[in-house]
Design a protein around this ligand. Structure first.
Ligand code: ADP
Ligand code: MG
Length: 649
């Protein structure tokens, strides 16, 4: 052994989370063993695959297994695997830091959590993995040797310390050994005696039965030797395999319990929540495969970050090939977890090959259809609770498919839900919207924006409200993207109420108002022309509108213009955009607008029209603000507004 022991600081966030684990609010402490076994199983999968790919790898794969050993007297539980192991750098990286994104967010929410139950749910959502060992142990020692390397690494940390030690070892057995110095049992705190074999057997049966590798326990058994009073005791050691090792996806649904599916889900997804829906699949024929997919019940913290790993596990004839197989699941279904086991692929299959593979493409297509039809079933179910959970957690992600998956667009639209002016509480589906459409209404009206409030108060909404027309209230960033490229649903085009001209009048109304309109066009022609000149830097057109009932003015875009929110999203992502000029629409019945017209008529021959120009600027500026847009020179706007207000006092 070398003398090189280093003491390293935990990352601040990791340390704080560790503290939370040590004083754990999580009542199901048994789960630490599930996590260690899950990691060991992953390590064995990886070694098997690596040895297959690299024939020169110096590793013994003849008896891959997981071993549990206890030392009653010393109160030590050891979980050992002879899998892939970790290099020193990997130990620091993977074990020294709680590398999951969202850690900071979780910690903050945990500190804010009012009750233990709330904290527990958060931990359940996040999943703690290796660190869950600190719920049951005062000291954790991990010894590991990476397959192919000669030396090993020892990592150790005691509960409550802000550092861990790390040390190089000249030799170590292949794989990873985790030794837990157990806390004293305290059954009131759900902390059991994890040196009791029956307890370990119970936990393995409950959480890890399906693990494909044997989980063995070495037990001591004392038997009586001899007969009568003259007996001697003899201790024999025997090894028991605790799990049945049955691959869950190969078993018919009727033979698998919900509990087993649940635990398998947790293993493949590294999650702690329950699956919302379990989807077993079996395909025979040209491309034979079996799959077991899950819809989670909670979105992971990192669903919208770059680090998020998507995709399901790929097996070939029950041999693990890879995690996070992206080729099998499109990005907009990145929340789907599970396993696909293909019959006819080569064990040698690489990512590059997968991308080209016809069979993989065919399987992916089927998986997508199946997932969508499962969501559709949830949508159509009598009990809407599951669907609502699904939509709350994953709706925003699923809608990305409206852009990227044109083949399934109709289905995605049909299972989607939207906020609308019909109800402030309940979401609506598109078929429901269509059913409620007014007579003569040919389009599905929507408006995008940053919040419901902003949309509801926007001037664009006025005429629609007055006419009782329902408008979809779209506030997710992804909404901005798809509405531009999805032309219609059920033959009804989507139409933004903030773009283009609105025409809400019936034929009769039109005829009745035609004369009035012609008159107005004449009356306002001078003013419109002058405003156009004055505001030329900001607007491309000034026109009268019938869409306003209470506001004096609003700004609208042309049908293909960017909305203010979309513009902001693009700018925020660092993309340069040409300035889009908006259209200013005036309400010809509003006193401010008619007043401005009369004032302009009086002064149109005066040299200095700066006061009028200021009014024009205020009119335009307030319209921009009402829409949720940004002023180009807010300070200037504020100054002229303050001037005006002063004069009114
Ligand atoms: P997760 O399993 O969700 O990645 P964990 O905290 O359980 O999170 O483990 C962190 C990482 O440490 C694993 O992803 C793996 O790379 C590594 N690791 C943990 N246990 C082992 C083990 N027994 N053998 C090899 N690597 C391991
Ligand atoms: Mg893990």
């Amino acid at each position: 052994m070398t003398d090189h022991v280093e003491h390293l600081e935990f990352q601040a966030e990791t340390h704080q989370l560790l503290e939370l684990m040590i004083h754990s609010v999580y009542s199901n402490k048994d789960t630490f063993l599930r996590e260690l076994i899950s990691n060991a199983s992953d390590a064995l999968d990886k070694l098997k695959m690596e040895a297959y790919r690299d024939k020169d790898l110096e590793a013994d794969t003849s008896d891959l297994h997981i071993e549990l050993a206890v030392d009653h007297d010393a109160r030590v539980l050891t979980v050992r695997d002879n899998g892939i192991g970790m290099s020193r750098a990997e130990v620091v990286d993977l074990i020294g830091t709680l590398a999951k994104s969202g850690t900071a967010q979780l910690r903050k929410q945990l500190l804010d959590a009012k009750t233990d139950a709330a904290a527990e749910e958060l931990i359940g959502q996040f999943g703690i993995g290796f660190y869950s060992t600190f719920m049951v142990a005062d000291k954790v020692t991990l010894t590991t040797r990476k397959a192919g390397e000669s030396g090993g690494t020892r990592w150790e940390s005691a509960a409550g310390e802000s550092t861990y030690s790390i040390e190089d070892l000249d030799e170590a057995p292949q794989g990873t050994t985790v030794s837990l110095q157990l806390k004293p049992a305290d059954e009131d705190d759900h902390l059991f005696d994890y040196t009791m074999e029956w307890k370990l057997r119970e936990i393995v049966k409950k959480y890890s039965d399906f693990i494909a590798w044997p989980i063995r326990m070495t037990v001591e058994r004392t038997v009586m030797d001899g007969e009568g009073e003259d007996k001697t005791e003899k201790t024999i050691l025997e090894t028991q395999t605790l799990n049945s090792q049955k691959a869950l996806w190969t078993r018919p649904k009727s033979e698998v319990t919900e509990e087993e599916y649940k635990e398998f889900y947790r293993h493949v997804s590294h999650a702690w929540d329950d699956p919302l829906e379990t989807i077993p699949m079996k395909a025979e024929g040209t491309f034979e495969y079996q799959a077991l997919l899950f819809l989670p019940s909670h979105a992971p913290f990192d669903l919208f970050t770059r680090e998020h790993k998507r995709g399901v596990q790929l097996y070939v004839r029950r041999v693990f090939i890879m995690d996070n197989c992206e080729e099998l699941m499109p990005e907009y279904l990145r929340f789907v977890k599970g396993v696909v086991d293909a019959q006819d692929l080569s064990l040698n299959v690489s990512r590059e090959i997968l991308q080209q593979d016809r069979q993989i493409r065919a399987i992916r297509k089927r998986l997508v259809k199946k997932v969508l039809s499962t969501v559709k079933d949830l949508r159509n179910a009598e009990d809407q609770e599951k669907y609502q959970t699904f939509w709350k957690e994953f709706g925003r992600v699923l809608k990305e498919g409206l852009l990227s998956d044109t083949d399934n667009r109709e289905t995605i639209l049909a299972v989607s839900s939207f906020a609308s002016t019909h109800s402030t509480e309940e979401l609506t589906s598109l078929p429901q919207y269509v059913e409620r459409m007014a007579e003569g209404q040919s389009a599905i009206y929507y408006m995008t924006g940053e919040s419901r409030q902003q949309i509801e108060n926007s001037p664009h909404m006025e005429a629609f409200r007055a006419k009782g027309l329902e408008v979809l209230v779209l506030t997710d960033p992804v909404d901005e993207m798809w509405v531009g490229s999805v032309p219609e649903f059920d033959g009804k085009p989507f139409q933004s109420i903030a773009k283009g001209e609105v025409d809400l009048e019936t034929e009769e109304e039109k005829q009745a108002s035609e004369q009035l309109r012609e008159q107005q066009e004449k009356d306002f022609a001078d003013l419109l022309g002058w405003l156009q000149q004055t505001l030329d830097a900001s607007v491309k057109e000034v026109r009268l509108t019938a869409r306003l009932t209470t506001s004096p003015a609003c700004v609208v875009g042309d049908v293909f213009d960017f909305t203010p929110m979309l513009e902001r999203m693009y700018r925020a992502s660092g993309q340069a955009l040409p300035e889009t000029k908006r259209i200013l629409e005036l309400n010809p019945d509003h006193a401010l607008v008619t007043g401005l017209r009369d004032e302009y008529a009086k002064r149109k021959d005066e040299e200095d029209k700066s006061a009028l120009a200021e009014t024009a600027e205020l009119l335009y500026g307030t319209a921009v603000l009402a829409e949720g847009g940004e002023l180009k020179d807010p300070a200037h706007f504020a100054r002229i507004l303050a001037d005006r207000l002063t004069r009114t006092l």
